[in-house]
Ligand binder design. Structure first.
Ligand SMILES: Nc1ncnc2c1ncn2[C@@H]1O[C@H](COP(=O)(O)OP(=O)(O)OP(=O)(O)O)[C@@H](O)[C@H]1O
Ligand SMILES: [Mg+2]
Length: 347
């Protein structure tokens, strides 16, 4: 049995000024038990709406959500959140400010009528797992962002739900702590075997955490797969332009004939293709597969030196590109041509 099945979900929000906003347009996917499932997509694509529907905070207009074989959401059914055997960690940690860390973690257990002794046992266990045992008597205002985050996660874990939903939990945290928290979350997920459904717009976070990755765009699913598979073989130009650091260059070229044979070209670089003259071909080129040559087709508009890598931004022949070099001598304002080692054609 599939652990979580989301089937053909449609959702329209009605807002005073904007009228009807169709936020989800037929979203379907499956999550297996024990999986770390990450939903990645740009701001406004409907990620939080989707999570709220799974949590039971809203109802879909069309479609079904089936959790462990039971329909929990449909236009007619809405099983209340506390009956769904799940916890949600919100982007704003939403800790109770007047309660201690212990009190915050105890609250959901009290609501679930777990007895005092069991409550204490679970809180101590989870606190140890999260390395926050020394903070149990502190108030949220006395904690750092990362510590608060761990408390929010602890509050979700003490309930021992079979599914944890997390909505951009690390977006307010600085880069180095973010990395640490990422490892922590992954470790906890492995140790507890809990199924995680994790929403983010940070591709590095998504790649690092996911067993399964789903890319969303404007209320629709673009691609689902293992993160490296999606990275290596993006099915659409959108996915290609979203993953990678920096992401793939996606450009459209017209087929032209040379000695009667079809080619595409970018600056001075030419490549034989198949297709009739004049056809537009969309290609994706990873920045690392572009190398700079002497020439005049492109102007170097900026250069970013990031440790041992250099990102070189180019403009010319009607496109903008970014190339990635090790070291390199590129200077702003200089002119170059390119060679492309490898590229992908989108059909
Ligand atoms: N209650 C609402 N009423 C009207 N429109 C809404 C409502 N909630 C969300 N929307 C709109 O629905 C779209 C999707 O919102 P949602 O919060 O799901 O996006 P998101 O992918 O979580 O974005 P972000 O990454 O910025 O959190 C947005 O265009 C948003 O403005
Ligand atoms: Mg959101």
């Amino acid at each position: 049995m599939t652990f979580l099945k989301v089937q053909g979900i449609y959702k329209t929000h009605r807002s005073g000024l904007r009228g009807k906003v169709e936020v989800l347009k037929g979203v379907s996917f499956d999550v297996e038990e024990g999986e770390f499932f990450v939903i990645l997509g740009p701001s406004g694509c409907g990620k939080s709406t989707l999570l709220n529907l799974i949590a039971g905070l809203e109802k879909p207009d069309k479609g079904e959500i089936i959790l462990k074989g039971r329909v929990v959401s449909s236009p007619r059914v809405c099983v209340p959140p506390h009956e769904r055997d799940l916890s949600m960690v919100f982007q704003s940690y939403a800790l109770y400010p007047h309660m201690t860390v212990y009190g915050n973690m105890e609250f959901p257990l009290k609501m679930a009528k777990v007895n005092k002794k069991e409550r204490e046992k679970r809180i101590r266990e989870v606190a140890e797992l999260l390395r926050i045992s020394h903070l149990l008597n502190s108030k949220p205002s006395e904690l750092s962002g990362g510590e608060r985050q761990r408390v929010a996660l602890g509050r979700a874990l003490v309930k021992r739900p079979s599914l944890i939903l997390m909505d951009e939990p690390l977006s307010n945290i600085d880069a180095s702590l973010k990395q640490e928290m990422r490892l922590e979350i992954k470790r906890i997920q492995r140790e507890t075997g809990t199924t995680f459904l994790y929403v983010t717009h940070d591709q590095i976070e998504a790649m690092a955490l996911a067993d399964k990755l789903m890319i969303m765009r404007e209320g629709r699913v673009e691609q689902i797969g293992e993160p490296l598979e999606v990275y290596k073989d993006p099915k659409t130009p959108f996915v290609a332009g979203f993953l990678g650091f920096p992401p793939m260059n996606v450009v459209s070229r017209k087929v032209f004939l040379k000695d009667g044979k079809p080619y595409i070209k970018l600056g001075n670089w030419e490549y034989p293709v198949e297709g009739p003259e004049g056809e537009e071909i969309v290609i994706g080129i990873r920045p690392e597969y572009i190398s700079l040559r002497k020439g005049k087709s492109f102007v170097i508009t900026s250069v970013e030196r990031i440790g041992n890598e250099t990102f070189v931004y180019l403009e010319g022949d009607g496109v903008r590109l970014v190339a990635k070099e090790k070291g390199g001598h590129a200077t702003e304002g200089g002119k170059v041509d390119i060679a492309v080692y490898k590229f992908k054609i989108f059909l």
